[in-house]
Design a protein around this ligand. Structure first.
Ligand SMILES: NC(=O)c1ccc[n+]([C@@H]2O[C@H](COP(=O)([O-])OP(=O)(O)OC[C@H]3O[C@@H](n4cnc5c(N)ncnc54)[C@H](O)[C@@H]3O)[C@@H](O)[C@H]2O)c1
Length: 403
């Protein structure tokens, strides 16, 4: 059993605090936030062991592991600090926002032997779980193309979320570049297809809403791109394409991450309400098999801290395609989220820390889900120039290091 410190007690941390409180492998949990009242609230809502005044105090304490739920551009340096002070790390996505930060995390994991895990929800998206199984069975034949979309319109909850997150100056951070949040689309593709991106060409669409969001004058990231598309070449031949859209007429509360995979013998295609397996003979509708059954109503009090448009995503249970047998029984009636993925991520981290094994989304996998987007953003800023993607290799002991 290990103790855990949660840093960042905002909108997302509670979903995981709840699960780790239930998990038999986790002992005391404490929280800290730059806004102490948020840490106190989280501790009260989820019956945690207490709060600490700062992240530094958490790193100085004898806590075994930290879970990072701070704003999306802050994770890299917080993760390195924690690893260097001897703490295991669970990080919300993305891993980092620069190649240097990714390199520093991998180096710290290699040198300390501690657990690092990125909580990529698409790794357990039902479509990705299904495609992973079809890959294992050889049902696709040779995979040669895939598509991953993370399409979440700003009007569907993101204005409120950024206002809560950024306070008075929220417009400075609501302009966060879509391609620097690439893990839901890339992670869903590479969570099934065992390859990695080697080069990219990307196109960004300059925003024209003119409401101060995606305004380079106000943007902390000097960013005016709100929709972006990137085409990646992969290591063993083939390509995948991602869409990261923040201005799009689409019901993201129904399904915000969607995937398609094409192989020489079979293919899989998904839209908001339908998922299809296809081969040369016909079409099989696998929608039900991939559809998470809600375990909570969207008005359940445990979801009250979320913006209304986000509550559906957090109310989801698991889909038939998910293997619940590996989860602790304490999760049976617990909330889940993002198409059933939260419980698997929470459990992966506990298993990795307590057994000393690599989690599925370890530092090397996290780099493969994150770095291609960082390079793609650079490509989009330079007219779609095709750029090479540095390769940090596979995790040690998980296949060839330099493939
Ligand atoms: N599907 C998913 O995987 C998914 C969904 C939602 C959010 N997220 C990720 O989870 C993270 C948290 O999201 P959120 O919506 O809760 O953000 P939020 O802005 O609501 O909360 C972040 C909190 O971190 C605190 N904080 C920032 N830096 C700190 C520091 N150095 N020390 C202590 N506290 C600090 C802030 O005060 C804030 O309360 C983000 O990185 C986001 O990308 C992932």
């Amino acid at each position: 059993m290990f103790s855990l410190g949660i840093v960042g007690a905002g909108q997302f941390a509670g979903s995981f605090a709840k699960l780790w409180r239930l998990h038999p492998g986790v002992g005391d949990i404490v929280a800290t936030d730059l806004l102490p009242e948020r840490a106190a609230r989280l501790a009260a809502d989820y019956d945690l062991a207490g709060t600490l005044p700062s992240y530094e105090a958490m790193l100085d304490s004898d806590i075994d592991a930290v879970a990072i739920f701070t704003q999306r551009w802050t994770h890299g340096s917080l993760a390195v600090q924690a690893l260097r002070t001897g703490k295991h790390v669970y990080s919300a996505v993305p891993m980092a926002v620069s190649e240097q930060e990714i390199a520093a995390i991998i180096e710290a994991v290699r040198e300390t032997g501690l657990t690092y895990m990125m909580g990529e929800t698409s790794h357990y998206n039902p479509a990705t779980v299904y495609a992973r199984e079809q890959v294992a069975k050889g049902a696709f034949g040779r995979l040669f193309h895939a598509e991953g979309d993370y399409i979440h319109d700003m009007d569907l909850g993101f204005y409120e979320a950024y206002q809560y997150s950024g306070g008075e100056n929220w417009k400075a951070t609501a302009s966060y570049p879509p391609l620097l949040y690439p893990t839901h689309s890339i992670g869903g593709v590479l969570g099934a297809w065992q390859t990695h991106a080697t080069s990219v060409s990307a196109i960004g669409v300059v925003d024209d809403r003119k409401d101060g969001v995606f305004d380079r004058e106000l943007s902390q990231f000097d960013n005016d791109i709100s929709n972006a598309t990137a085409l990646f070449e992969v290591a063993d031949g083939g390509s995948f394409r991602i869409n990261e859209f923040r201005r799009v007429g689409y019901p993201s509360h129904i399904r915000e991450s969607r995937f398609r995979f094409f192989g020489t013998e079979g293919s899989f295609e998904q839209l908001a309400t339908v998922s299809l397996w296809q081969d040369k003979k016909g079409v099989e509708d696998v929608t039900d098999h991939l559809h998470p059954r809600p375990t909570l109503a969207p008005d359940d009090p445990s979801l009250a801290h979320l913006a209304p448009a986000l509550r559906d995503a957090f109310a989801s249970g698991t889909a038939p395609v998910h293997d619940r047998s590996r989860l602790p029984h304490q999760f049976a009636h617990a909330p889940n989220g993002h198409e059933g993925s939260h419980q698997f991520l929470a459990d992966d981290f506990v298993t990795a820390v307590t057994t000393g094994t690599l989690p599925p989304v370890n530092a090397w996998t996290a780099a493969r889900y994150t770095l291609p987007g960082i390079v793609a953003h650079q490509s989009a800023l330079h007219g779609g120039n095709r750029l090479e993607i540095p390769n940090f290799g596979n995790a040690p002991g998980a296949g060839r290091l330099d493939d």
